[in-house]
Design a binder for this molecule. Structure first.
Ligand code: 13P
Length: 252
């Protein structure tokens, strides 16, 4: 019997948002009552500067907040970095690790990403581990192998559905308006789940695998209801309450 996984629709605000953006979060909270909140987990990952404010605003609401990155260590001489402990202290319940923008802007390796996921677990946060191929890798027919290697390298041993979410984000689909075909997404998500089961056994069937990359209200229905797709990691369209909630409603 197939395992039922509760969908998760997550917003990654990236380097966007000022204190007044709390109004957008309030609009999301107002708009996400039943039946949406009964069917879908909702998460917003604002920049670290807004985490404590957003966590306070969202307290008691169906919207969780999360960080976008963390250092592997709990504290110390690492100027400009933020630890998982700090995110948790600010009210985060999730943290994104290994986003392709971190992998390219900050040369993060799979090993670094794995250490960050372990740091998240150390402090009770759920790690959203991001993977995805470049356009050149897809054109060379290497997408499945590249992503499988990223999953093997970036996901620590001992993952469970409570501690791990995987986000498949093809680099060429991020911010480009391009999206893969539903068939390609299903093939990739099936491969990710197969690789996860090598590591986590039967628990892999319970781990949520999100699709990310140019998810919009106009294209979300087919992508989010594809086999083995358990939600979305939304960038640009998560900045507006109306668009974000319209995407989550793909599950109603
Ligand atoms: P866009 O939805 O803006 O393409 O960004 C996707 C993404 O990178 C989410 O982490």
């Amino acid at each position: 019997m197939p395992v039922a996984r509760r969908p998760l629709v997550a917003g990654n605000w990236k380097m966007n948002g000022l204190r007044h953006s709390g109004a957008e979060l309030l609009a999301m909270i107002e708009g996400c009552g039943a039946p949406l909140a009964e069917k879908v987990d909702l998460l917003i990952c604002p920049p670290a500067t807004l985490l404590a404010q957003f966590a306070a605003e969202a307290a008691g609401s169906p919207i969780a907040v999360g960080g976008q990155d963390c250092h592997k260590k709990a504290s110390g001489a690492h100027t400009g970095d933020v630890s998982a402990e700090m995110l948790a202290d600010a009210g985060a319940r999730f943290v994104i690790v290994g986003h392709s923008e971190r992998r390219s802007d900050h040369q993060e390796s799979d090993e670094t990403v794995r250490a960050k996921a372990q740091a998240a677990w150390r402090t009770g946060l759920t790690a959203i581990v991001c993977v995805g191929e470049t356009q050149a890798q897809r054109e060379a027919g290497e997408a499945l192998a590249v992503v499988a290697a990223q999953v093997r390298g970036s996901v620590p041993d001992g993952a469970s559905a409570d501690t791990l979410v995987v986000a498949y984000e093809p680099v060429w689909a991020i911010g480009s308006g391009l999206v893969p075909t539903v068939e390609d997404v299903e093939e990739m998500h099936g491969e990710i789940r197969r690789v996860l089961s090598e590591r986590a056994g039967a628990e892999a069937a319970r781990v949520r695998i999100l699709y990310g990359g140019s998810v919009k209200p106009e294209n979300c229905t087919a992508l989010l209801n594809a086999a083995d797709v358990d939600g979305a990691l939304v960038g640009g369209a998560s900045l507006k309450a109306g668009d974000f909630l319209a995407i989550a409603r793909a599950y109603l």
